[in-house]
Design a protein around this ligand. Structure first.
Ligand SMILES: [Zn+2]
Length: 470
């Protein structure tokens, strides 16, 4: 009886409070009173969260913009929950450090995991989290890293069934080490708030493979994206957030390729400065066969990773040949078998002497040979290439555009303990969503442990061998 009376009374009070205009919209107010089931209550504009504790801020929120600053210690991780009762709602991750496969600052955990942080450990950084209708956005140091619109029928596994929009508390949860938050400012937004920069169509998650990988916390990274064919960095940024695929954007360093080419160390540094604050992995592709002589290890070392391929070779008559151009593939004087043997020799030389992290467009064959891919890629030839990858800790790209290597070869590489990356090698802005790569994961039984990350890179310690005489 007493309980019922107090509920009625509370409801009446809240109604008066709301109608009296005590809920203020579009005004930033400090979020500085917290209570924790484990730790009691605290107030103030700075709060440190430790593992195992959860702090609930005062109030319930639906549409809002929350800004603040955070500071992470080494390997520390915390989560900021919203629309939560402690279990339900979404989590934004706070964690910095090397690209090692752990989720990084700004991740909308298990829905849009990010693998590179725009913030650094040990340094205060700004963040903003907003909910406007069905749209969730997160910015780190003023750069948007998440723009996720919850579809009408979201896909959620049993484990994450509660990761949905509703209304509820803001909470800070410690996961590992110490993470400190300060200057939290909450602005309530009205019911009809919209995110004007949310311009891409909503994803149909019932028919989307990427969200299934996100829900398994399987890293979805396309390391082989080129800004070419009309794809601008702004478009790549929007697509990456919309699809839920982390992009590694790479220029081509060297000569002979298509699209943007970097010519020397100076251009490398200029390019790097242009993209360093973009929310991409920062890659570079060694192009042609002269790049190791053209660029310093130091300049190329600023990138998170470096890849090359065997699509430009020195052919059996000493000509530089781009084997993806039929007019440059000359069999004159040799059989196709001999040509193939030479192509494998070249691939082994490239991977032995040019310090790359990733073998991209792997096992690519000229048109005529590709018609009989399995015949030309004999076990013996496959093993010669895999041997080099093992020897120099080079990762094997699973290429979405060419659908290579074959699942057979991917299975062999997994058996050898070789790590994988996903890559598209797009020619324009109209490319897919890593379909072949995600299919390969299922067909070949790959796990997150089979995936390569830049923290595993050894290329900077490898010797550059100039093996071609020009
Ligand atoms: Zn490429």
């Amino acid at each position: 009886m007493t309980k019922k009376t107090s509920t009625v009374l509370a409801t009446a009070l809240i109604s008066i409070w709301v109608f009296a205009g005590c809920v203020r919209y579009n005004v930033a107010e400090p979020l500085n009173r917290f209570s924790s089931p484990e730790m009691g209550t605290t107030s103030g504009n700075e709060i440190t969260v430790t593992p195992g504790s959860t702090w609930f801020a005062e109030g319930e929120y639906e549409n809002f913009v929350l800004t603040g600053q955070a500071l992470t210690s080494d390997n520390a991780e915390a989560a900021l929950l919203f629309h939560t009762d402690g279990k339900s709602g979404y989590e934004v991750t706070f964690r910095n450090g090397p690209i090692d496969g752990t989720r990084k600052s700004g991740s909308l955990a298990s829905v849009r995991n990010l693998y590179r942080s725009l913030a650094e450990g040990g340094k205060w950084f700004d963040f903003e989290i907003a909910v406007r209708g069905h749209n969730i956005s997160v910015a780190i140091n003023d750069t948007a890293v998440i723009c996720y619109t919850e579809p009408e029928h979201p896909y959620r596994t049993k484990e994450y069934a509660g990761r949905l929009l509703s209304r509820g508390s803001i909470a800070l949860k410690g996961v590992n080490g110490d993470v400190t938050f300060r200057n939290l400012q909450m602005t309530r937004l009205k019911q009809d708030a919209v995110n004007e920069s949310d311009t891409m169509p909503r994803i149909d998650e019932q028919n989307d493979a990427v969200i299934r990988f996100q829900q398994r916390n399987f890293p979805v990274i396309d390391y082989h994206v080129h800004l070419k064919g009309g794809l601008t960095k702004e478009m790549a940024h929007a697509m990456s957030m919309n699809y839920g695929i982390n992009y590694g954007v790479a220029p081509n360093a060297g000569e002979g390729g298509v699209g943007r080419m970097l010519a020397d160390d100076k251009e490398v540094y200029e390019y790097f400065n242009e993209v360093k604050d973009m929310p991409f992995m920062r890659g570079v592709q060694g192009e042609g066969r002269k790049w190791t002589a053209t660029f310093s290890q130091e300049a190329l070392g600023v990138f998170d990773y470096l890849f090359t391929d065997g699509m430009t070779i020195v052919d059996h008559k000493g000509r530089l040949s781009r084997i993806y151009r039929p007019e440059e593939v000359h069999y004159d004087g040799v059989t196709k078998e001999q040509y193939m043997e030479h192509l494998v020799d070249q691939t082994v030389k490239i991977l032995t002497n040019e310090p790359a992290d990733i073998y991209a467009n792997p096992t690519f064959l000229p048109e005529e040979l590709n018609a009989e891919y399995a015949k030309y890629w004999t076990d013996e030839r496959v093993n010669r290439v895999l041997d080099v990858l093992v020897k120099y800790n080079i990762a094997l790209e699973i290429n979405a555009r060419y659908k290579i290597p074959s699942f057979d070869i991917i299975r062999k590489a997994k058996e050898r303990g070789i790590k994988f990356t996903f890559g598209t090698n797009n020619v324009d802005a109209n490319f897919g969503k890593l379909e072949y790569c995600l299919q390969a994961v299922e067909e070949c039984g790959l796990t997150a442990d089979d995936i390569w990350f830049p923290s595993m890179s050894v290329r900077r310690s490898r010797e550059v061998v100039l093996y071609n005489k020009w």
